[in-house]
Design a protein around this ligand. Structure first.
Ligand code: SAH
Ligand code: SF4
Length: 428
């Protein structure tokens, strides 16, 4: 979501005549789009802000701006703590940045009331063939560890017709892969009046848009993951065989304390339904270790789910207490060394299972959307499968093309292969 918002900020600044400076020290405007999801994001940002302060003192005409979730969570306090900041705004007020920059105002200003979807602003895509589409903002869940509901506010869905029109426009503009974005995409549309639309309806409508070869979305919430959405993966040609289904914990007791509103059984039931309808579907997840009160036995339950499901990948996080959240004040703080040890064991299990799972691709020929040169070896290409696996391969294709790649090897993270030049010759 932050990447999406940053792309919109960049485009907005371009329309005001700004261009990206090669170095921070050369910039007239230093703008931060902040994240506050974990403490580490905050502390890294504070270090950057220190540098901005120094640069501003060298050249007081420089403007320092702070947008995003951190700004929203501290609001007007930002000006008390960091008086050199000129403008601050939350995730729903990105357009206010333009107003500030074009006004004559010399006084610091903050904008923190939700006023509009960042998705309404024109985009500046990092890759011509991929776009993000914000389908909703905010979150109505109350996960006890999470700062998002307080920084991004209540959930608001964008109108159905507007999204389908945007998808059509993006496809006409050369986009081949579209990722639908929301904090809980499955609850899309519940707040729309008078029209009623579900997330599955939206998937069907976007799939019907010609030219979009791949549709993805993030994140679904297991509590709202319904059969119609799972079936859509089997039915809709462009909806990719990959679902990111955040687990958080494999212990029902911990899930309850996290206020996730599903238990281990319900989660595994969703996984079984996915495997039934889309047997080859890649599954990835988010897991938190060291939630307050998490016992060794409860952590073992998380490991057991990892073993049982066999994820194709996972984002793993050490619990980070966030200001204003219920979990921040819970008893039963897990000691740091215990958290680290659990994390190491978790990562080992995730990677081992992912490596095992990835072997199913070896020997197959998969559709790969080419992104550009491979990061480690620029004589090779890098792309992604519909399962969202990165593939490094020998080939001749250009970025944005979808080509057949014969997979020859697989690790937990990446696949290796060769572009099938026979099919290329036939296609030509
Ligand atoms: N709306 C998405 C998640 C957004 S945050 C969802 O519910 O799936 C992305 C991930 O960050 C979460 O899934 C969670 O695993 C992690 N996370 C959020 N708050 C955290 C915290 N306080 N400490 C550690 N990890 C956290
Ligand atoms: Fe945070 Fe939970 Fe909402 Fe995801 S569903 S954004 S984890 S409160």
């Amino acid at each position: 979501m932050n990447e999406h918002d940053s792309e919109r900020m960049k485009r907005m600044l371009e329309s005001l005549g700004y261009a990206e400076a090669p170095e921070r020290a050369d910039a007239d405007l230093i703008l931060f789009n902040t994240c506050s999801i974990r403490e580490s994001a905050d502390s890294r940002f504070i270090a950057h802000l220190g540098e901005a302060k120094r640069l501003k003192s060298e050249d007081p005409d420089r403007v320092v701006g702070v947008g995003g979730c951190w700004a929203q969570s501290v609001k007007e306090d930002v000006f008390r703590q960091f008086p050199f900041v000129d403008v601050a705004f939350g995730p729903g007020q990105v357009h206010k940045l333009a107003e500030f920059l074009t006004s004559d105002s010399l006084t610091a200003q903050g904008f923190f009331e939700f006023e509009g979807f960042t998705g309404h602003l024109p985009d500046k895509r990092a890759r011509d063939f991929h776009a993000w589409m914000q389908i909703s903002v905010g979150c109505n869940s109350v996960c006890s560890y999470c700062i998002v509901p307080s920084t991004r506010g209540r959930e608001v869905s964008r109108p159905f017709g507007e999204l389908v029109a945007e998808a059509r426009r993006l496809a006409e503009d050369g986009v081949r892969e579209l990722t639908l974005l929301g904090q809980n995409v499955n609850s899309y549309g519940r707040d729309l009046r008078p029209e009623r639309a579900s997330f599955a309806d939206l998937l069907h409508a976007v799939d019907a848009v010609g030219g979009l070869e791949r549709i993805r979305y993030t994140s679904p919430h297991p509590k709202d993951m319904r059969e119609d959405v799972i079936r859509a993966h089997a039915e809709l040609p462009s909806l990719c065989e990959h679902i990111h289904l955040p687990l958080q914990s494999g212990s029902s007791r911990v899930l309850k304390a996290m206020r996730r509103t599903y238990d281990r059984g319900r989660y595994l039931d969703r996984v079984a339904l996915i495997r039934e309808h889309v047997p080859d579907c890649a599954l990835t997840t988010d897991i938190i270790v060291g939630f307050p009160g998490e016992t060794d036995a409860e952590f073992e339950e998380t490991l057991a789910v990892v073993e049982e499901v066999g994820y194709d990948g996972a984002f793993t996080f050490v619990f980070s207490p966030r200001r204003g959240t219920a979990a921040a004040t819970l008893e039963g703080h897990v000691p740091h060394p215990v958290k680290i040890e659990r994390m190491e064991r978790l990562v080992e299990a995730v990677q081992r299972r992912a490596r095992e799972r990835a072997q199913r691709f070896v020997g197959r020929t998969l559709d790969v959307l080419v992104e550009g040169p491979s990061r480690n070896d620029p004589t090779r290409l890098r792309g992604r499968t519909r399962h969202n696996k990165v593939v490094n391969f020998a080939g001749l294709a250009a970025p944005g093309e979808i080509v057949d790649v014969a997979i020859t090897a697989a690790t937990s993270q990446t696949l290796t292969g060769e572009e099938s030049l026979v099919s290329r010759a036939t296609a030509a």
